[in-house]
Design a protein around this ligand. Structure first.
Ligand SMILES: [Zn+2]
Length: 454
């Protein structure tokens, strides 16, 4: 709490947010933790899912002479706990591992499941495709941003959860992309390129289906014998992360809808999402798939419709809203993904950065704009006073934007940094989107450090 208390020494905020109690957003976000508390859930007679042992779910199917593991947790430490819990149910050896996609929170723990009898490891042929072009290009910033969205640099007391997962730390595993694990091969040994692939492991017949969505290397696993579907990250209990603020290549939202349609056609009696508590029963399973599918389709179609009408990205982000029957579905709350971010991503994914307004083809630099805004205000001092009163009045987004003008004029303006840090802290505390909260708080801490105010 030390860091938050320091904020209040500045004195602007005392009337606005009481530290003694959680904000409404914090209470709501905390309540979501019930959907990923640590538990082994029996999904079907031979299917078990470890929820809350690691940020992502890990499942076990018990076969005749071995088990199949679907996703393996973020780190070998987490996976060792999962493996121990699964061992209490079955001591059969791991004969197969399936990765639903290449993100490290689903693949990083593999070594804990690999014994002397090396299992088949299945994934899509383009496994890891979301990250590999960035690595090839020499990009590393997405990992730093990823740490900010996950809140890895925040002290424990400021972290609530990740909206769809407990707040954990990855150790030396990379939580954002598939990684090799020392001398043990944890990379796929078996892949397929497209469509549907039937496989048999330990007497269990499974269908692996390419389902591009959150990533292009996404697959879902269909276990027809026990009517169980493992959805990977195309489904979890939040509005989906159609765009991740850490920065990723375009997530093909149109293909995501088609993948949801395929999953609906399976008529599953249980659906295990990539994160959060499973959906059990035909009605709950269908309802979850249908509402998520409809929400993604709605946001896609509304954005395209607005684009065709000449609306800008900003205008669309400010106006596209889910219809009431979807907005009120608690499993479509914006705890992880966010509709306005999705809209921007769809716009950019199809048309790139230019919004169609020629005033934005060669805009003034931030500094040139700030000089003019300051002149308009009557000087930088008045700009600073206005930022302070915006903060005091709870107009925190404006306080943050005014601080940016002040910082564009003078990047060493510590007062502006402190105002922005306080504004971001209030925004964080009033956001039930975990990624936004983490990012706001991380940057707020960074600004305070720079300003020497902590
Ligand atoms: Zn995931």
């Amino acid at each position: 709490m030390k860091k938050i208390l320091l904020v209040f020494m500045l004195g602007y905020l005392l009337p606005l947010v009481s530290l003694a109690q959680d904000t409404e957003a914090e209470t709501l976000l905390k309540s979501r933790s019930n959907f990923f508390s640590r538990e082994i859930v029996q999904i079907a007679p031979d299917v078990y899912t470890a929820v809350g042992y690691s940020p992502a779910n890990s499942s076990m199917i018990v076969g005749d002479d071995g088990v199949v593991i679907i996703d393996v947790g973020m780190s070998p430490d987490h996976a060792a706990d999962i493996e121990a819990a699964f061992q209490e149910i079955s001591q059969l050896p791991v004969k197969g591992i399936i990765y639903t996609h290449g993100h490290g929170d689903h693949t990083g723990g593999a070594s804990a499941f690999i014994g002397d009898e090396a299992p088949e490891i299945w994934a899509m042929e383009n496994f890891g495709i979301e990250d590999s072009p960035l690595i090839a290009a020499g990009l590393t910033i997405q990992r730093q941003r990823g740490s900010k969205q996950a809140g890895f640099a925040l002290p424990d007391e400021l972290r609530i959860n990740n909206g769809i997962a407990p707040a954990m730390r990855p150790g030396n595993a990379n939580p954002f992309s598939a990684n090799e694990s020392g001398s043990i091969n944890t990379m796929p040994t078996h892949t397929f390129a497209e469509g549907r692939k039937q496989i048999e492991i330990a007497g269990v017949t499974l269908e692996l289906v390419h389902a591009p969505g959150e990533t292009n290397d996404q697959l879902y696993v269909w276990y027809p014998d026990q009517k169980t579907l493992f959805a990977g990250d195309n489904l979890y209990r939040s509005f989906p992360n159609l765009y991740a603020i850490r920065g990723t290549p375009y997530r093909d939202v149109f293909a995501w809808v088609e993948s949801m349609d395929k999953m609906l056609e399976e008529d599953a009696e249980a659906v295990v999402p990539g994160h959060t508590y499973p959906f059990i029963g035909i009605e709950e399973s269908r309802g979850a798939l249908q509402n998520h599918r409809d929400a993604i389709k709605f946001v896609h179609d509304k954005t395209v419709e607005g684009m065709n009408a000449g609306m800008t990205e900003d205008a669309l982000a400010a106006t596209v809203r889910l219809p009431e029957h979807l907005a009120s579905d608690p499993n479509l709350g914006e705890y992880y993904g966010k509709v306005s971010w999705a809209v921007r991503s769809i716009f950019n994914g199809y048309l790139g950065w230019y919004d169609g307004n020629p005033a934005n083809l060669s805009p003034l630099s931030r500094k040139e704009e700030a000089l003019r805004i300051a002149a308009l205000a009557g000087g930088a001092e008045i700009l600073l006073e206005t930022a302070k009163s915006a903060l005091a009045n709870g107009d925190v987004q404006w306080a943050s934007q005014l601080s940016d003008y002040l910082l564009a004029l003078n990047e060493g303006n510590n007062e502006a940094k402190n105002i922005k840090a306080d504004a971001l802290t209030i925004q964080a505390r009033n956001s039930s989107n975990a990624l936004a909260r983490n990012y706001y708080l991380t940057i707020a801490n960074q600004l305070r450090q720079e300003a020497g105010s902590e």
